[in-house]
Design a protein. Structure first.
Length: 213
């Protein structure tokens, strides 16, 4: 069989690349617009027609990428979670359950307050099944990775106990964050300062018990 003509392959790549780039830019524009609209009017009031209008595209063009509003919401949420990955990676790499955990809480809080649409979308996630599933999957994924890191330092500890501790701490932080999102900044930071103290006491006590046991 003859080898493919490299010149034709290059021409094909040159023709398809701009299309792919345009599509990626358009999807990004749709998601940016959707997030800003959600931040402005909330999830319920955000409509695909208004997203399309603000993104300066036709509704038919929007539906080429997202079949309905739920698909847009899910894509915005997935992008939120993706943008949070470097925060978790940094915590896992420089693993520290005191200063590192404090820093993680601060970074999560700053992200939640600054990311367009995050507060409005995730504060009511239980009403949106797609978001509830995404949240649970993300929670279990990170809890599993953090549990594995703890086990590196306490290899003889009971894995199920470690997992339960990590899940409790993770869920506590998540609940506190969602409360903090609807408070004024000064009140929220005061609450989180106390939460850090409470969590350090709990973690040190429980891990100390497991290490000595």
């Amino acid at each position: 069989m003859a080898n493919p003509n490299p010149l034709k392959q290059e021409e094909l790549a040159q023709r398809t690349m701009p299309v792919q780039e345009r599509s990626m830019r358009r999807v990004d524009a749709i998601l940016n617009t959707a997030a800003e609209l959600i931040a402005e009017v909330g999830v319920d009031a955000a409509s695909t027609s208004e997203i399309a209008r603000r993104a300066d595209i036709s509704l038919a063009s929007l539906y080429r990428y997202f079949p309905n509003k739920s698909a847009v919401i899910k894509a915005v949420a997935e992008r939120h979670l993706e943008r949070l990955q470097p925060v978790y990676e940094s915590f896992l790499n420089d693993f520290d359950l005191e200063a590192g955990l404090d820093r993680l809480i601060d970074q999560l809080y700053d992200f939640y307050r600054s990311e367009p649409g995050y507060v409005q979308m995730w504060s009511g996630m239980q009403a949106i099944p797609e978001l509830a599933h995404l949240d649970m999957d993300d929670f279990l994924y990170h809890a599993g990775r953090i549990s594995n890191r703890v086990m590196e330092f306490l290899p003889r500890a009971d894995a199920e106990e470690i997992e339960a501790i990590v899940m409790m701490v993770s869920r506590t932080i998540g609940s506190l964050m969602r409360q903090a999102m609807v408070m004024d900044d000064a009140t929220a930071r005061n609450m989180l300062r106390e939460a850090k103290y409470m969590l350090r006491l709990y973690i040190n006590t429980r891990l100390g018990e497991l290490e000595s046991g």
